[in-house]
Design a protein around this ligand. Structure first.
Ligand code: UQ1
Length: 447
């Protein structure tokens, strides 16, 4: 609104600098921007790629489109839920993290027009690009579960969620407040970012209850829409004995469909027999929302696959139809697990392939589907799962990573945030492939 007003003032000659700005763009109410590369989304993937691309292409050749004022380090949210970190440790301002050589437009994409190489923003501006990188991430659809938003709005309530900065502080409150009864943890029937996270908070909570000597009064249940505990057998085989030993009830194919906050009841459906519903009374409910690519993206049918994610070649990350469009991170339709580590491993591939495409050269770089998930299993242990498109372990360290380890917990808690802020967002971290190759000389040691 303020922007629109100042444009009108400029038209009547009040403000010299705004006048110049308008002349340099257009004489209409809406700006027309042009750039070599447009990056939609300034999250982990978008920010890292903007750093790489703007350093190569020079000042103001790259535009980053993102309406947010804060950039959250989301892998910290499970630790915040467990009271190990604070929300204010998890973010920096967008201005601090976006590369100085790129131009930041604080606005959101509402319309993708890949046939005319333009993106329209919510304030009516249009951006014309030579190359487009889609890095929007996922949209959290808490509203898709009746009663859930109402339950999450109750002050000091029993329902919480690590997935949003709006709700993450409620998680530790719930852990502290529960005295007895059912603590229920969910995993939805949709693609999710960091599919290990719903389980990490389960293990942290269970450990917390033991530490506070209230575990005997609390039944701990994990209701997952998936048919498995974890998609990679090597790690699922390590996790099943942990849930058994810790007396956690795991129900697979069980999907949260409604919350009744007045009665503290959660309703689940059996995905193998949808007419079968279960009403479960909770003393605490950790809800993971269904997720999708953002609406602006899914509305553009030419860009997305059947699941609504950007239809890219899984090796090159280039759009299957539009050769000047690439995707990185959670909005990409490549069939990898959606984690920050995946975006890190995709970044050198996307970068080199985008530069090749800009120069009219064939694409030569290939993403192997690498994803990693530090499965936090309590207040001092992590199983570091790392795997590729074939769901085969692709591990960095010359130790058995399917065991709970304190060293990996320290890496997750103290080392990863530093690596993220200092190396990933600045475009220097390309995932652990180089480290893995160097450490592979010690692999004879591995059980
Ligand atoms: C990683 O690259 C990454 O992205 C920056 C994470 O997210 C924060 C991770 O959690 C992990 C484990 C990796 C992989 C890095 C190593 C050193 C194995």
């Amino acid at each position: 609104m303020a922007l629109r007003q100042s444009k009108l003032l400029a038209g009547s000659g009040f403000n010299q600098s705004i006048l110049q700005r308008n002349i340099s763009s257009s004489q209409t109410l809406f700006d027309k921007h042009e750039c070599k590369v447009l990056v939609v989304g300034g999250g982990a993937g978008g920010c890292a790629m903007a750093a790489k691309l703007s350093s190569r292409l020079g000042r103001n050749k790259v535009i980053v489109l993102d309406p947010a004022d804060k950039h959250y380090y989301q892998p910290m949210f499970t630790l915040i839920g467990g009271g190990m970190k604070r929300l204010e440790h998890s973010y920096k301002t967008m201005e601090e993290v976006l590369p100085k050589k790129a131009k930041w437009l604080r606005d959101s994409a509402v319309e993708f027009n890949p046939d005319s190489n333009t993106v329209k923003t919510s304030s009516g501006d249009s951006i014309k690009y030579d190359m487009l990188l889609i890095a929007t991430g996922l949209q959290l659809n808490y509203n898709k579960i009746p009663g859930l938003e109402a339950a999450l709005a109750i002050p000091n309530g029993k329902v919480c969620s690590i997935y949003s900065p709006k709700y993450v502080d409620r998680v530790y409150d719930c852990l502290r407040n529960i005295e007895g009864g059912n603590a229920i943890f969910t995993f939805p029937s949709s693609p999710v970012k960091c599919p290990g996270a719903p389980q990490k908070i389960l293990y942290i909570a269970e450990h917390y209850f033991r530490k506070m000597s209230k575990r005997n009064q609390i039944n701990v249940t994990y209701n997952t829409a998936l048919p498995v505990l974890f998609g990679v057998k090597h790690y699922a085989d390590a996790l099943w004995p942990i849930v058994k030993k810790r007396n956690i009830t795991v129900n697979t194919r069980r999907n949260l469909i409604e919350v009744k906050p007045e009665q503290d009841i959660a309703i689940f459906e059996n995905l193998d027999k949808p007419s079968e519903h279960f009403e479960e009374k909770y003393s605490m409910l950790h809800a993971v929302p269904p997720m999708s690519a953002p609406d602006a993206l899914t509305r553009c049918k030419q860009l997305v696959n059947e699941a609504g994610f950007v239809d890219v070649d899984k090796s090159t990350m280039q759009h299957t139809k539009y050769k000047n469009i690439f995707a990185i991170g959670d909005s990409a339709g490549s069939p990898n697990s959606k984690t920050a580590a995946s975006a890190a491993a995709q970044s050198p591939v996307v970068y080199r392939n985008m530069i090749a495409a800009l120069n009219g050269k064939p694409l030569s770089d290939v993403y192997d589907g690498y994803a990693s998930c530090p499965l936090v299993t309590g207040y001092n242990s992590v199983i570091l799962a790392e795997f590729d498109y074939d769901l085969k372990p692709l591990e960095t360290f010359p130790i058995a990573q399917n065991k709970e380890r304190y060293s990996m917990f320290i890496m997750k808690k103290d080392f990863m945030p530093l690596l993220y802020w200092k190396l990933m967002l600045t475009g220097y971290w390309n995932g652990p492939a180089l480290m893995r190759n160097m450490l592979s000389v010690f692999k004879f040691n591995k059980q």
